[in-house]
Design a protein around this ligand. Structure first.
Ligand code: PMP
Length: 351
């Protein structure tokens, strides 16, 4: 019966990071350092937990389909922009593809990058065109514009997963002005950079900026994301979305998380300090990062080899083998708690 399955799903899907539960550390410390998925190691803000607890009491009712509690909180936080929400930023990306892309149309992706863009495009029947970055992982804006002339959507991650670097605003402007469709800027890690792309929304009506509560806000398990969209797009996005996609507990928690600035600030301080400590302390080259992770060049080892060895020493990091367009000698390491980062430094240097 497998012949009935669409060919894009016979070929494979999203490659997940290694899970906790791998062999723990041999020195009597049974905790596993979880540095594979770029999560904030701190539990959610107490405000978010309280809001989720209150919201679950009303979970016998369907949620508000416009997710007003969260959209209002986003407006209070950022100002009068137009927002859409989704089940993680992944859900936003999926719904955006569904809104704009017909089978056979083109989605251009600046690579190497987060793999879900290509998978979401394929699911929509799109022709997915990878546009390689330069050797230093900066965006080749000329090539992206050329590929984007006939594309419905151009996908660009900044700061980029897994390379960590952010793209300058002027390069983003060049892309916005040169392409024929929408530019989706993935800002999952924007809070860890000093860059602000929001002013571009006032000038360009082909810009969508995706964000998530999975990273700095410690809500990865509640699956909630959002995007700043041009006003023309919002009604169509709402039509294309699965009814009642965002659940009431996640929406309430996310709205409350935005009010706890101290929670986010603590992790941003930790990230800034450890980006420098990683590059000072590691004996392998560390690429400059604007995100809450770093890419480490582990040559002459391969990424899988290092990931497996570190796992046996109680440290989970991300193999970069599955990132199309990236050579097989990089690992991606999230910034976690001090003990996790310290163990990672010790164990990698000892390899
Ligand atoms: N974009 C990027 C660049 C990511 O790294 C991730 C998560 N790893 C996502 C989007 C998806 O985020 P979410 O958890 O909100 O679906």
């Amino acid at each position: 019966m497998e012949r009935l399955v669409r060919s894009c799903y016979k070929q494979g899907g999203y490659v997940f990071a290694k899970k906790a539960g791998a062999p723990a550390h041999g020195e009597g410390d049974m905790r596993v350092a979880r540095l594979a998925s770029n999560e904030n190691p701190e539990p959610p803000s107490p405000a978010a937990i309280a809001a989720a607890q209150a919201a679950i009491l009303g979970a016998n009712r369907y949620p508000d389909e416009r997710v007003d509690v969260l959209v209002s909180a986003l407006r209070a936080h950022y100002g009068e922009y137009t927002f859409v929400t989704g089940v993680g930023m992944d859900g936003v990306i999926e719904t955006l593809m569904r809104t704009l892309v017909d089978p056979g149309e083109t989605v251009a992706v600046s690579t190497p990058t987060f793999s879900f863009y290509g998978l979401a495009g394929q699911a929509q029947g799109a022709k997915v065109i990878p546009v390689p970055r330069r050797a230093d992982f900066s965006v080749d804006t000329g090539a992206l514009v050329r590929a984007g002339k006939d594309a419905k959507i151009v996908m660009l991650c900044t700061p980029n997963n897994p390379t960590g670097n952010a793209t300058p605003v002027k390069d983003i402007q060049k892309v916005l002005e040169g392409i024929g469709g929408v530019l989706f800027l993935d800002n999952a890690y924007i809070e860890f950079s000093g860059i602000d792309y929001l002013p571009l929304l006032r000038k360009y009506e082909n810009l969508v900026i995706g964000r998530t509560f999975s990273k700095v806000h410690s809500l990865a398990g509640l699956r909630i994301g959002y995007a700043f969209v041009p006003a023309w797009l919002q009604p169509f996005y709402l039509r294309a979305g699965t009814p009642f996609t965002v659940n009431s507990v996640s929406a309430a928690a996310a709205a409350a998380a935005l009010t706890d600035k101290g929670h986010a600030a603590r992790y941003i301080t930790q990230v800034t300090a450890w980006r420098k400590r990683f590059s000072d302390a590691l004996t392998y080259p560390v690429l400059p990062s604007d995100a809450n992770f770093v890419l480490v060049d582990v040559a002459p080892h391969t990424s899988d080899e290092v990931v497996e060895k570190l796992a046996t020493r109680g440290v989970l990091v991300r193999s970069c083998r599955s990132f199309t367009g990236l050579d097989d000698h990089y690992i991606r390491v999230s910034i976690g708690e001090d003990w996790e980062n310290e163990r990672f430094v010790r164990e990698l240097n000892a390899l």
